[in-house]
Design a protein around this ligand. Structure first.
Ligand code: SF4
Ligand code: SF4
Length: 194
């Protein structure tokens, strides 16, 4: 049912807008002087002196990609193309290759001969990380792609992607799949490989 809301009555000083405007300006100037000249603990300023100061990115911030390593320094990636298939921006290019004779992984799995991400085209959705069955690609670097004057600087190749550590400074990740060549895989002589 409709009902009437009573309009609040204004006092004379509120009717004369100049008084209220002056009060508002008083708050503005009080904040301004506190923030510029006041003690640090009284300041309520939201800006920071970037780039001298910067804010910490949140824990789950999706930063620039990295390719994780195995203990022997080779890429954990098995060039399955799941990430490039899942990528909505189609900015991942992979060329798979086979491990050679004598490598315990020979005949079992592939590695990326080329692995390129166009970081300028990427929309940082994280689908590639979700799609990867090997924990081979991560966005836990805690940093964004550096600004540059050239588009070429945003084309990150395999070597670049493998040179970026995670936030904790590590490159190696555990193998979630226990594939041949991993010490957790039964029946593989690791001494042969090392
Ligand atoms: S974050 Fe998204 S857009 Fe960027 S490479 Fe991964 S899947 Fe593609
Ligand atoms: S990064 Fe992961 S999903 Fe992408 S090709 Fe390599 S193993 Fe497959």
């Amino acid at each position: 049912m409709a009902y009437l809301i009573k309009k609040p009555a204004r006092t004379l000083s509120e009717q004369v807008y100049a008084v209220e405007a002056a009060k508002g300006l008083g708050i503005t100037f009080r904040r301004l002087f506190t923030n510029v000249f006041g003690k640090a603990e009284d300041k309520k300023i939201a800006t920071i002196q970037y780039p001298d100061e910067s804010r910490d990115y949140p824990e789950r911030f999706r930063g620039v990609h990295r390719l994780t390593h195995r203990v022997d320094g080779s890429p954990r990636c098995v060039a399955c193309l799941c990430c490039s298939t899942a990528c909505p921006a189609q900015c991942i290019h992979i060329e798979p290759a086979e491990y050679g004779e004598g490598d315990p992984r020979h005949g079992y799995e592939r590695f990326p001969r080329l692995f390129v991400i166009d970081e300028l085209r990427c929309i940082f959705c994280g689908f590639c990380v979700e799609a990867c069955p090997c924990d081979a690609i991560r966005m836990d670097t805690g940093t964004h792609v550096p600004a540059s004057w050239s588009r070429e600087h945003f084309i990150f190749d395999k070597e670049t992607l493998m040179s970026i550590p995670g936030r904790d400074g590590t490159y190696v990740t555990d193998n979630p799949r226990h594939e041949p060549g991993d010490p957790t895989h039964p029946g593989i002589d690791r001494d042969h490989h090392h």
